[in-house]
Write a protein that binds this ligand. Structure first.
Ligand code: ATP
Length: 239
């Protein structure tokens, strides 16, 4: 049995004294892309935030590559352990594309060769990001900005990549380009946890799926084995 890239055991927590997550057990194996699906308010974003120690209280454990990081502060987790592409991208719009990327790799800035190699990796995956590297991020379309946001996360060279609804608000062609980028990341052996509302996209780019409802995992499937009945069940959970 491989050591998972990411494993949570009994992860609970939320905001104030209110629990949103109730004992989440999930795993992402090295090189595996896993989707976390669920209806609005199920706790998907909260689960990603809890992995980064960004919710106000938390119980359970989080391990990355077999190391227990439960007590690590967010800034330590963000340095090469877990990378997040947040919902809405949160780019620095008045900064250039290249500066946005460099901000993702800030903790590596003394290792110029590594930063350059990571930037090459981003450019290879998303040529449009290289083409527009000198433009302010605000000049790019939503789909292009999403690629920059994914690139910025890649620049921190994380062991596990989290993406929160990267398809949200994008035009169909931009969603296709983003899906191709995610598939390429998976091909490159990255370990990915993807929060998605679009079940088709999740089944297309992921190896496995979890369905979260009411802060609990209610369903777990191998993506390739989800047939008509499985799909109907997932759709019912998503409402
Ligand atoms: P969506 O698809 O709508 O983004 P989600 O599955 O990501 O939904 P969360 O955003 O994690 O769900 O929200 C789960 C619950 O936590 C909701 O009831 C929401 O109102 C609550 N919640 C989210 N953020 C906060 C916050 N900062 N303070 C208090 N409650 C919050």
């Amino acid at each position: 049995m491989n050591t998972p890239a990411l494993r949570t055991t009994g992860l609970s927590g939320g905001y104030g004294r209110f629990d949103v997550l109730h004992g989440i057990d999930l795993e992402v194996q090295p090189g595996e892309a896993v989707a976390l699906l669920g209806p609005n308010g199920a706790g998907k974003t909260t689960a990603l935030r809890a992995l980064l120690n960004l919710v106000s209280h938390r119980r359970g454990t989080v391990e990355v590559n077999g190391t227990d990081i439960t007590s690590y502060p967010t800034h330590r987790i963000a340095r090469g352990l877990i990378g997040l592409v947040p919902e809405g991208r949160r780019l620095f719009l008045d900064q250039t594309v290249e500066d946005n990327l460099r901000l993702g790799g800030l903790h590596l800035r003394r290792d110029r060769r590594r930063v350059d190699a990571l930037m090459h990796e981003v450019f290879a995956l998303f040529p449009v990001v290289e083409r527009y590297r000198s433009r302010p991020a605000s000049a790019l379309s939503g789909g292009e900005q999403q690629m920059v946001a994914i690139g910025r996360m890649m620049m921190s060279d994380p062991a596990v990549m989290l993406l929160d609804e990267p398809s949200l608000g994008l035009a169909p062609l931009a969603i296709d380009a983003m899906a191709a980028g995610l598939a390429a990341l998976r091909e490159a052996g990255r370990s990915i946890l993807l929060v998605e509302q679009r079940v088709d996209l999740a089944l297309q780019v992921c190896d496995r799926i979890y369905v979260l409802s009411g802060g609990r995992i209610v369903e777990e499937d191998v993506a390739a084995s989800v047939g008509g009945e499985g799909r109907a069940l997932i759709d019912a959970y998503l409402g």
